[in-house]
Design a protein around this ligand. Structure first.
Ligand code: 13P
Length: 263
């Protein structure tokens, strides 16, 4: 992590967990555990149905609210879809796009991911663009080529003046929900590759200022080691973000890495 040039972000991804009536209790548990000083951006991404309750429960806190996906369409006859305007109107600040579960179960392509990221930006919100290789791709030594393509395809939709507002999350599919974390070196190698690709195509200044997160079984125990890597600027956390104690420890790991006072 390099806070001189870019912001640190610890984002939770609740996925399809909890019900809206549980949100208030979760936030009441989390609030007293939060570090007093703001050492990083803290975001909780939740199902659409939870966003209003989350916003209300986190009023006057430093925690931002995010969604887990959005529609490609503006409005109209798209039963069941939720648009960027709707999310913006609810006070959503971040939107995850291209999570591997959306790609795998809902057929999202790299181009759809780029288009969604551009829509998020047009509505003044921050996209968290997910990329990551499968186990087979890693074993066949295709990781860097694949990640490179995913990043270039998604970012090809983003104009230069909006690029630095994006957050990228590297989430190796084999590490998601498996308890199998990438080693800090493996995660750093890919995050460094992502930054290099951005530097080559879009310039050194933007590459230096874009936050790149790691996601995949990040927890209270391994967070500090991962976050101490130079190109890992934060985490996208699934399972551990559902536990206030664990999530707050990951937030505290940022201060431990940067040497800032968190209390
Ligand atoms: P886990 O932290 O549960 O492995 O999930 C990671 C993830 O997919 C976050 O988006």
């Amino acid at each position: 992590m390099n806070k001189k040039y870019r912001k640190a972000v610890i984002a939770g991804n609740w996925k399809m967990n909890m019900v809206p009536s549980e949100v208030k209790g979760f936030v009441e548990q989390l609030r007293p555990l939060m570090p007093k000083a703001k050492t990083c951006e803290v975001v909780l991404c939740a199902p659409y149905t939870h966003i209003t309750s989350l916003r209300r429960a986190m009023k006057d806190s430093r925690i931002s609210v995010g969604a887990e996906d959005l529609s490609l369409h503006d409005k109209g006859a798209y039963t069941g879809e939720v648009s960027a305007a709707m999310l913006e109107d609810m006070g959503t600040q971040y939107v995850i796009v291209g999570h591997s579960e959306r790609r795998q179960y809902h057929g999202e392509t790299d181009f759809m991911v780029g288009e969604k990221a551009a829509i998020v930006l047009e509505h003044g919100m921050t996209p968290i663009i997910c990329v990551g290789e499968s186990l087979e791709q890693r074993e066949r030594e295709l990781t860097m080529e694949y990640i490179r393509y995913q990043v270039l395809a998604a970012l090809s939709y983003i104009p230069d003046n909006k690029l630095r507002q994006c957050v990228i999350a590297y989430e190796p599919i084999w590490a998601i929900g498996t308890g199998k974390t990438a080693t800090a070196e493996q995660a750093q190698e890919v995050c460094e590759c992502i930054r290099r690709v951005i530097r080559e195509r879009r310039g050194a200044r933007v590459a230096r200022s874009i936050s790149i997160l790691y996601g995949g079984s990040m927890n209270a125990k391994n967070a500090e080691e991962l976050l101490s890597m130079p190109d890992i600027d934060g985490g996208l956390i699934g399972g551990a973000s559902l536990k206030p104690d664990d999530f707050s420890k990951i937030i505290a790991a940022v201060a431990a890495v940067t040497g800032e006072e968190s209390k």
